[in-house]
Structure formats: C-alpha cells, structure tokens
Design a protein around this ligand. Structure first.
Ligand SMILES: C[S@@+](CC[C@H](N)C(=O)[O-])C[C@H]1O[C@@H](n2cnc3c(N)ncnc32)[C@H](O)[C@@H]1O
Length: 428
C-alpha cells in the first residue's frame, strides 16, 4: 500500500472508534481482518497514524478547525510525521486509494492558525476539566508534562535475573536496537519509532519464550524495585493483576522467601500462572480468593497495593482512554483505592511496610490518598523514598518529582517513563 491507502485506512479506523466507541485495538484488528491484502508494514503504519492522532486529538482539531477523522489523519502526517503540505499533496496526487484532499477551509485554518493561541488544555492535549489536577501535580511544568504524555512511548523490557543477565539478553536482542535503560537496574529500552516504523516483536524471540525477559515499562520496573523485597522475606502483592510486579519482586528475591499474589478479579489474575512458569519462579503463591490469606494477617514484611486507577500515566500507550475519562471515573477509582489500602493494611506486620502505587499522575489518586489513609490509620507513617532511590539507582541519577519530599511521581517529561506514583508507609 502507498501512503494514501494507509491514510485512508487510518481515517476509517478513527471513524469506527468515534462512531461506535470502540477500543483502538479492536477497531484496528477488525480493519486488518476486513483488508487481508494489507501487509504487516501497512497495518503498523495505519496503527501509528491512529495512535498518533488520538494522542494529539485536540491540538490537531484546533489547527484544522475541524475534528473529523480525516482532518486528524492529515494533521498527523503534517505535524507528527514531519511532512510539508506540498510534499504530502504531491505524494497523494494520483493515488486512487488516497482520501479526499484537505478542503479550502481546512487548508486555510492549518496554514494560518498558531497553536500558541489555543487554550492551554488544547496545547497540552488533555481534557479541560483535568487541567487543575495537572497544575496541582506539576506546578508550572504541567503543560510540558501534558505534552510529554502525548508523545510515543519507548518499548521497555526487564531482564529476568532468575534466568539471564542484561548483557546476555542485549546480545540476544541485538537486532531490536535494545539498550540498557537509563534508570532501572535490569531494564532495557527500544527507542520509540518515528513515522510508519514498527517496534520489534520481541515476544516472538526465542529469548522471550525461554523467560529471559518481560515487557514492562521502566516506571513499573522502578516502582517494583523501590519495594525492595529481600531474600527470605514474606511479601504480599495485593493487587497483582497479570503479575508484572509480582514477577519483578520474585526475581529480586532470587526465588527465596515467598511472594503471595492476590487479586480481587480472577480474570485479571489468570495470565500470571503461565508467566510465572516461563520466568522460572518457585517462590510465588497465587490466591484468587482472600480466604487463602485469612491466616496471614499481620504477617507480611512488605505489602504492595498497585491500586486500580485511571491510568492517566499511561496515556502515551492508551491515548483513547484520555478522552473517555470522566470525573465520575476518578471518583470511583479513589473509592476503590481507599478500600484496597484499608484491606491490604491488615496484612502488614508491625515494623513492616505498606507500599502504594498507581500509574496515574492525578493528586486525588496519589498524595491525597496516602494522606487520607495515614490520617485515619495513625499506625502508619510515610517514609521518604530519597535514600532508597539513591541506594538502588545511584546518587548520580536524577531524583523524581515529589510534592512533599517523601513520595515520588515518575512522569514522561521528568523521567522518560510512564507516569507512576510511589509511597512507602511504615507500620509503626
Ligand atoms: C493496576 S492493576 C494491577 C497491575 C499489576 N500489579 C501489574 O503490575 O501487572 C490493579 C488491580 O487491582 C485489582 N483490585 C481492585 N480492587 C481490589 C481490591 N479491593 N483487592 C484486591 N485487588 C483489587 C484489580 O482487579 C486490578 O487487577
């Protein structure tokens, strides 16, 4: 397919997402099934246009003075793929599969409008109602942070130290362009591609099948590392989900001691069994019911609550969720977070630690949650992360953002990771 056909395909998918309110991955998959002649390179390019459009939907619509799928698609190629209007017009000229050219109104808007004149939330490509939360979280840097959340993410991997070391995996993946990560001790990173380029399918590699590494954002690796579980300890991953952090902690403990992985939702927990097997872990017990934990109250050295959240920190990877988020979702999540914290706290032994993590950057899900929890549960107090950070990652590494000097917030602009919040609370 030439560029015109790819752009038309992306416009069809964007229309499908908008009119039928479909998840991006489903819409892209269906398009692929209905257009079997499209090769993998075509499908990747179409996916890139679609995701790029969703990341910067508001600013594209502002500059085109039009929020149609067609306007967004054109704007992606002009603003994010580095093509000039003349270049693009001549590239699509004579291509029977190309979409209709820009209208005179769209061209006039695009060539005359200046993004610095747009409302600030449009410049940052975030919903207007969430701007105050960004201002509270990031102060005068909020616009820079919002913009960074609208860029393409890198592909991050974590070496499974139970089976391999970083040099060995980097060698096995030398075709992929992976390099050692900037901060995470066992991380590797494949740079975000540009334009139509495809990220390597690392899960098809033999080294992945052998369990040498996992796909995990560097921010997620860092927060799992900050829990800092030691060999021989008893650790509870209370919101284990598919087990991303369980696997990282089990490996950090070198298969010694016990990690108990629990999640209230059985379906989310299900993939963990296969993943644990591939990773060669022997120190994980999986619980799909809280009954299995009944005798373990006040027994754990460390309890991690990787809480259900709005996922605002993952907007680079899931840009469609940015536009679906409502203030009601935030309220629902904050309620679930308090509940999970309260339930999980019962398992911490005196002197042990409770860790609260989200992949959100909103203060209402982060600092305000741990402050509310500690105000109600006076047996817990927040422990500053600074010294653990320096010990684990090195004093030369940049310190992450912190609103109170104790908790930390990772973000794409400041740390080049997904957005994550981390707080350690000691049971006194
Ligand atoms: C952010 S996800 C966990 C991701 C996972 N830790 C990982 O690293 O892959 C949050 C999980 O919390 C679970 N959850 C929500 N409320 C819970 C509760 N009260 N008790 C236990 N799990 C809960 C959800 O089912 C969801 O799987």
């Amino acid at each position: 397919m030439r560029l015109g056909g790819r752009l038309s395909g992306a416009i069809e998918v964007l229309n499908d997402i908008e009119t039928r309110r479909r998840p991006v991955a489903d819409a892209l998959k269906d398009w692929g099934l209905a257009h079997r002649f499209a090769g993998s390179g075509d499908r990747a390019a179409i996916g890139n246009i679609v995701y790029d459009a969703l990341r910067m939907k508001l600013s594209h619509a502002y500059l085109m003075d039009d929020d149609s799928a067609s306007a967004l698609g054109w704007s992606v190629l002009l603003r994010q793929w580095g093509m000039s209007l003349d270049q693009l017009t001549s590239e699509l000229d004579g291509d029977n599969f190309a979409p209709a050219p820009l209208t005179a109104d769209q061209t006039a808007a695009f060539t005359s409008r200046d993004i610095s004149q747009a409302p600030l939330h449009v410049q940052g490509d975030i919903p207007d109602w969430i701007q105050p939360s960004f201002e509270e979280a990031f102060g005068s840097d909020w616009l820079m942070e919002a913009r960074a959340l609208a860029t393409r993410p890198t592909l991050d991997l974590r070496v499974n130290t139970l089976k391999a070391h970083r040099e060995k995996v980097l060698k096995a993946l030398d075709r992929s362009g992976a390099q050692a990560s900037p901060i995470a001790r066992f991380g590797m990173r494949v740079p975000a591609g540009e334009g139509p380029s495809r990220l390597p399918n690392v899960t098809a590699e033999l080294s992945f099948q052998k369990g040498w590494f996992e796909v995990q954002d560097e921010g997620s690796q860092i927060v799992a590392d900050l829990v800092d579980p030691r060999e021989g300890e008893q650790v509870l991953d209370f919101c284990a989900g598919g087990g991303g952090k369980t696997l990282a902690m089990a490996a950090a403990m070198n298969n010694k001691g016990q990690v108990h992985a629990y999640d209230a939702d059985r379906k989310r927990l299900a993939p963990i069994i296969e993943r644990l097997k591939r990773a060669g872990t022997h120190n994980v017990q999986v619980h799909d019911s809280a009954k299995g934990l009944a005798n373990l109250k006040e027994r754990f050295d460390r309890v991690l609550v990787d809480a259900p959240c709005t996922g605002t920190g993952t907007w680079r990877r899931r840009p469609d969720t940015k536009w679906r988020l409502t203030d009601r979702n935030v309220a629902e999540r904050t309620e679930q977070q308090q509940l999970a914290l309260k339930d999980a706290a019962e398992y911490v032994r005196p002197g042990g630690s409770l860790y609260y993590v989200t992949c959100s950057v909103l203060p209402e899900e982060n600092d305000r949650q741990v402050q509310a929890f500690c105000a109600e549960n006076t047996g817990f107090e927040i422990v500053p992360v600074v010294s653990d950070w320096k010990r684990l990652f090195g004093a030369d590494k940049p310190m992450p953002r912190s609103l109170d000097g104790k908790t930390v917030t990772l973000s794409p602009a400041s740390m080049d990771t997904d957005g994550f919040f981390f707080c350690r609370m000691m049971r006194t």
